[in-house]
Design a protein around this ligand. Structure first.
Ligand code: HEM
Length: 460
């Protein structure tokens, strides 16, 4: 079997580069070896083929159930945090069943019911910042998205248990974003206490504290069922499989933790990047405000959701620095031709979302932030894939887009913000996803009144 070319350095060095500077590692490999290359992160593990060719990505993502599979056991780096029964770490029929259970709360009517929650929480969080007081926009966005997901999952975002849980989750993610923490995820043998360097032990204790709160909530709900509740935990507790069996407490814990973790840091980072670009490029802010103001006071959330320029800004934000660099791995199960290669069973194939979004032929001047691309052209799901695709496509796609758009609209319409420092911010690894390489600090300079659309037309 001839694999695509790739670096010949020892696996341990490739792993080091992957952990410390994944984006520049991928870019160097793509420059040298093209849009399919092979890397090795551990000498005894199967080779990993990174793909950023849209035709091959289409083959991979539409072939999920045939020669290729997207099994949960290749997502072991997530297991210590999310558990063995998370939708991310399970496979095949069990994975499909669990996805079917999790999807409904993130679609249709149910999704629309989150609009008010998102707007109310955004208003509460942003009103805490005084005029002239600098703040980190990613932390503010995280406060919004964590409270929103708590509300969607548990039906509560206030009260002692919710606040404690928010505190533990926030700490787990913050401490888990360091290079050391990522290294521990990739080397399970190091996942134990080392005397005073008790990093892993402390992380596990935070997790146990969070688990205790989740199990307490599950127990209370079992003891006092309330059929009028519509939150995700209630739906999951009522769900039964084909044999009539409900989910166990462990299954519930793992799915709740998955939604809480997958559902808040990613979206918060995307919102923070959007604020950065909107304020970095004055013409983007101006166009966006004009579009938002055209809806007048108190616009309908569905009208906000459909705004074309706002949509283009959010799409470009997730193109230029995608929060998730990669799709989950796919494994070759039966001999398969992929591009011009014949792959043997057990080979692992991964879509590089980052490299695909940086292709010069699809996105001329790829390092420039240009929302107009998304107004001028339609990209296929294999050219633009911030949420992955196929059998593991992100469950929270519509939820994340709604949250991004409503939070941006709410804040931009009511506050005038500025970047404290106009220097360049670049992406870097933060845990298993990416984020800004240093805090993006912003300041509210004044409150803003929405300009009436009638006044606007008369003054033009
Ligand atoms: C901007 C925000 C987000 C981004 C960029 C993002 C990105 C992704 C990507 C790339 C995948 C892997 C897809 C694949 O391998 O094909 C994924 C999976 C997943 N995402 Fe998201 N996500 C976001 C927000 C959310 C939200 C809000 C939730 C839930 C509340 C969520 C829940 C999940 C789950 C459960 C999976 C695993 C699906 C499976 O294994 O079947 N994500 N996401």
């Amino acid at each position: 079997m001839k694999l695509p070319n790739g670096p010949q350095s020892p696996a341990v060095l490739q792993m080091l580069r992957w952990i410390t500077s994944p984006m520049s590692f991928m870019e160097t490999c793509a420059e040298r070896y093209g849009d399919m290359f092979t890397i090795r992160l551990q000498s005894k593990s199967p080779p990993l083929i990174f793909v950023s060719n849209p035709e091959v990505l289409q083959q991979i993502l539409t072939n999920d159930t045939k020669g290729l599979e997207a099994p949960g056991d290749t997502n072991l780096v997530f297991e210590s945090l999310l558990g063995k029964r998370s939708v991310i770490t399970i496979s095949r029929a069990e994975h499909q069943r669990q996805r079917q259970l999790l999807l409904p709360p993130f679609h249709g009517e149910r999704m629309r019911s989150y609009s008010q929650i998102i707007s109310d929480i955004t208003e509460k969080v942003i009103s805490q910042y005084q005029i002239g007081q600098p703040f980190n926009i990613r932390s503010a966005a995280q406060a919004i998205t964590l409270r929103v997901i708590m509300q969607a999952v548990f039906g509560l975002d206030e009260g002692p248990r919710a606040e404690k849980l928010q505190h533990f989750l926030g700490e787990m993610l913050e401490k888990g974003s360091s290079v050391l923490s990522v290294a521990l995820l990739y080397f399970p043998a190091l996942q134990r206490d080392f005397g005073p360097i008790n990093f892993w032990g402390k992380q596990m204790r935070r997790q146990q504290d969070a688990d205790k709160l989740i199990y307490e909530e599950i127990r209370e709900r079992r003891e006092q069922p309330d059929p009028s509740r519509t939150d995700i935990l209630s739906l999951l507790m009522a769900a039964k499989d084909e044999a009539g069996q409900p989910m166990t407490d462990e299954e519930l814990r793992d799915e709740l933790m998955t939604l809480l973790i997958a559902g808040h840091e990613t979206t918060a980072t995307a919102i923070a990047w959007a604020f950065y670009w909107i304020h970095k490029i004055p013409s983007v802010r101006q166009k966006l405000l004009q579009e938002l103001d055209s809806l007048g006071d108190n616009p309908d959330p569905s009208a906000i959701f459909k705004l074309p320029y706002l949509n283009a800004v959010c799409s470009e934000t997730l193109r230029i620095y995608p929060v998730a660099m990669l799709t989950f791995p796919r494994v070759v199960r039966t001999p398969l031709s992929l591009g011009s290669y014949e792959l043997e069973p057990d080979t692992i194939v991964i879509g590089s979302i980052y490299l695909t979004h940086q292709r010069e032929d699809l996105y001329p001047e790829p390092k420039q932030f240009k929302p107009e691309r998304f107004l001028e052209q339609q990209f296929s799901p294999y050219e633009y894939l911030p949420f992955g695709g196929g059998a593991r496509r992100c469950i929270g796609l519509a939820f994340a887009q709604l949250e991004m758009k409503l939070a941006l609209a709410k804040i931009l319409s009511s506050q005038v913000l500025e970047l404290v420092d106009n220097g360049e911010v670049r992406p870097k690894r933060r845990g298993l996803v990416t984020g800004p390489d240093h805090p993006i600090n912003m300041v509210v300079t004044s409150q803003r009144q929405v300009k009436s659309p009638i006044l606007q037309t008369t003054t033009v």
